[in-house]
Ligand binder design. Structure first.
Ligand code: KPL
Length: 311
């Protein structure tokens, strides 16, 4: 089975390294920038929950700055889009070139709207909903620290492929230790992850803390209240999300499992990169406005994160 990892930041690199250990999986890893160049030249080091070195001779690394060789086009069975929120349409177009006729794609990026963007480019018959709660960060170029074991959920979207089509990928993810499961409600899968991210990411980023610090009662209650605003929007859109009590339990569980992780938004801010706030809390605010629901906590977090980046 041939898998392409398109966008190899912290999460993409982690998935690439773990999947590279699975027999019968051939990988193409597409990266960019200093981290991508480092991987292509020297390989990839994983540390934290496991220690592993992925040599640049074991897999095919390609670089955005150089381009993907044409002989790889039309050869990929599954494309995993793991870039930043703003890159999805571009990476879906790349997937369109790389996938074979029956090939399928999924996007593990944070936020709302990614599955729709993939469907727009690839067609509904080739796109799974998906989410990941694994926590990873990059201490230096070419090195990824796996800080929290989470899970990978794949799910079906209207008109999209089902569990049978996902089976080879689910098996590979399971052998790789990426804890996959299948959901018959892909939309709920996407929203459940977004509700976690709107609660965790901006608060951890603004406070400059590892995820675990959000277990402090004051921060936890702010995170949970932010989550509940998002949950109200999801429910008005008729998404089948869990009860408030279950959401609270999931929030506590993911923060605990990723307690030593530096969340992606804090990593982005520290690196001077654009954050994913527009696909997360900003998307909740806009959908809330459309439905006539006030989301003041989310609005405040958007303003504060954006202010951090203004001159
Ligand atoms: O998705 C994440 C992120 O950092 O973006 C979590 C699961 C919150 C881990 O930090």
């Amino acid at each position: 089975m041939r898998i392409a990892i398109l966008g190899s930041g912290s999460l993409g690199s982690l998935y690439a390294a773990l999947l590279s250990q699975v027999e019968d999986v051939e990988l193409l890893i597409h990266g960019r920038g200093i981290h991508g160049a480092h991987m292509a030249a020297h390989g990839l080091q994983i540390e934290g929950l496991t220690t592993q070195f992925l040599s640049n001779k074991e897999v095919f690394f390609s670089l955005e700055e150089v381009g993907i060789p044409h002989h790889a086009f039309g050869t990929i069975d599954f494309a995993l889009l793991t870039g930043k929120a703003g890159q999805t349409t571009y990476l879906a177009e790349l997937a369109h070139q790389l996938l074979n006729f029956d090939g399928m794609a999924l996007c593990l990026s944070n936020g709302l709207g990614h599955a729709e963007q993939c469907v727009e480019v690839l067609g509904p018959h080739r796109v799974f909903a998906s989410s990941s709660t694994h926590g990873a960060w990059r201490p230096s170029p070419g090195v990824v620290h796996w800080a929290g074991k989470g899970e990978t959920v794949l799910g079906s979207l209207p008109g999209g492929p089902g569990e049978t089509e996902a089976k080879p990928l689910l098996d590979a993810l399971s052998t790789a230790g990426l804890e996959p499961s299948w959901s018959s409600d892909g939309l709920a899968t996407l929203w459940k992850k977004v509700l976690l991210n709107i609660a965790i990411n901006p608060l951890a980023a603004l406070s400059g803390v590892e995820n675990g610090a959000l277990l402090h009662p004051d921060l936890f209650s702010s995170a949970f209240s932010t989550m509940l605003e998002g949950a109200a929007v999801a429910r008005i859109e008729r998404v089948a999300i869990p009860s408030d009590a279950e959401l609270e339990q999931q929030l506590r569980q993911v923060i605990t499992a990723t307690s030593t992780n530096i969340c992606s938004m804090l990593q982005d801010i520290r690196a001077g990169r654009e954050t994913e706030i527009s696909a997360l809390n900003q998307a909740i605010v806009l959908r809330g406005e459309r439905a006539g629901i006030a989301t003041p906590l989310n609005q405040m977090l958007v303003a504060m994160i954006n202010a951090l980046r203004s001159p």
